[in-house]
Design a protein around this ligand. Structure first.
Ligand code: GUN
Length: 295
């Protein structure tokens, strides 16, 4: 029997309805959560992600501003823009879309964001708190993956989880969240990467396989255990349809793996909508914290 689909898009709608209700409640107290997205350069994928983030914010009643800057923007100019929003009390979340042009030092930029407005969870203070299991902004894609698993009834406690990919945005943090001693954690985690000697040896052992490698369709059916849960984080543009729409595939060979897995996320409509939703969650949370509203 083919795998059940873990429809991130549907789960995201449910969470967004909860968030929209929360935003309406905040509005009765005169509080409007505010988000700014900062995009440097003209990468089409980044442009489309940022557009989607602003559109969702708007739909939920969150105030959102998009600041686009040319690829030639200097590091100083970008740091000045961040400083402007650090001291803007109407803005509770600052997101600098990655990747940045090569001449800009990404770590320096991420560290310049006020940790209290770091709704991406990329500031070293928030990364450290996440590692320690302390309350903080969790990075959106890893947090979205944990929510997907929990809301789909997938037990992580005691599970063998294999993560493929060691990026700062997905691989490292999701592995970290999965080992935390709390609901949605307690897993035994193996983290594979480009220097892993025998990838299939590891992936075939996984009860839950999370793939964030950025390599189109690299995970084939013979690398997956019968009955595994497969989370595909990849978004790879492999061409354009006749109408000019991007053709997207994940890092998992969906057609093959769907026949072997117990459950799998589609691409698109799987992890992607969850990333945006958790960004909205963090923005609402940030506005509440700024106004001393608990929980
Ligand atoms: N680029 C790819 N994913 C992300 C993300 O979650 N946040 C930001 N800021 N940039 C990204």
């Amino acid at each position: 029997m083919p795998a059940a689909l873990i429809r991130g898009k549907d789960i995201a709608v449910t969470i967004q309805e909860e968030l929209a209700a929360e935003v309406r409640h905040l509005q009765t107290m005169g509080i409007v959560p505010g988000l700014v997205t900062i995009l440097v350069g003209d990468d089409p994928a980044s442009q489309s992600y940022v557009r989607a983030k602003n559109k969702t914010a708007h739909a939920l009643g969150i105030h959102s501003e998009q600041r686009s800057r040319p690829a030639a923007t200097t590091e100083e100019e970008l740091l000045a823009l961040i400083a402007e929003y650090n001291s803007n009390s109407a803005i509770h979340g600052i997101l600098v879309q990655l990747p940045l042009p090569r001449h800009i030092d990404e770590s320096k930029v991420l560290a310049a964001i006020d940790p209290a407005k770091d709704v991406d969870g990329f500031h070293p203070v928030n990364v450290g708190k996440m590692l320690l299991g302390e309350p903080c902004f969790l990075p959106c894609t890893p947090h979205g993956i944990i929510e997907l698993l929990q809301r789909s009834g997938v037990e992580t406690s005691g599970a063998e989880v294999v993560v493929v990919g060691r990026s700062n945005i997905v691989g490292k943090p999701v592995a970290n969240l999965l080992i935390q001693k709390r609901a949605g954690g307690n897993a035994t985690v193996t983290l594979c990467h480009t220097r892993t000697r025998d990838m299939a040896f590891h992936t075939k052992r996984a009860d839950i396989l999370i793939v964030a490698a950025g390599v189109p369709q690299m995970i084939k059916a013979d690398m997956v255990k019968e009955g595994a849960v497969v989370i595909d984080v990849g978004v790879n543009r492999i061409g354009e349809s006749e109408s000019g729409k991007a053709i997207l595939v994940g890092d998992v060979d969906f057609a093959g793996v769907v026949e072997k897995a117990k459950a799998i996320t589609p691409v698109p409509g799987g992890v992607g909508p969850m990333t945006i939703t958790m960004l909205m969650h963090n923005t609402v949370q940030s506005a509440k914290t700024a106004h001393n509203i608990m929980a």
